[in-house]
Design a protein around this ligand. Structure first.
Ligand SMILES: [Zn+2]
Ligand SMILES: [Zn+2]
Length: 142
């Protein structure tokens, strides 16, 4: 009597465990594929956002160079504006004097700056990309 009971109770857990294992296996497979699908979706969204961010950043950069062009045109005679300050949303009027501009850049921006190739232009930028954009926007040089 007691041995029969023990045998039947011994059977139940093993069969339940087997079913449970199969069940878990299926659930785990579904869960894994669902997660993989979700990950792919997240990656796609992140990539779109990156492209969007890049385009917005490039637009913003162009706008900054266009506004610099107008600002520099309206600057009082013998003066220009610091492009590095302008790109950092600041404003610094500088005399058209290479030494003074270089001095400002070294003290304010820790670098002498890269000179614009256009003769008579006193603009300097921190990065070659910025001076390239300046030359393109202000002097139609590419
Ligand atoms: Zn500056
Ligand atoms: Zn220039």
């Amino acid at each position: 009597m007691s041995s029969t009971v023990r045998a039947s109770t011994g059977d139940i857990p093993s069969s339940t465990a087997g079913e449970a294992a199969i069940g878990i296996g299926v659930v785990a497979t579904i869960a894994a594929s669902a997660v993989a699908g979700e990950d792919a979706a997240i990656v796609t969204v992140a990539k779109c956002n990156e492209d969007e961010d890049y385009r917005e950043q490039a637009d913003q950069e162009m706008k900054m160079h266009q506004s610099y062009r107008i600002k520099a045109l309206l600057c009082r005679k013998g003066y220009t504006y610091c492009l590095i300050c302008h790109l950092a949303s600041g404003e610094k009027e500088l005399p058209k004097d290479q030494n003074k501009i270089e001095h400002h850049n070294i003290t304010a921006h820790c670098c002498p700056g890269i000179k614009c190739v256009r003769a008579g232009c006193f603009t300097r930028a921190r990065y070659s990309r910025d001076i390239g954009l300046h030359q393109y926007v202000c002097h139609k040089l590419s």
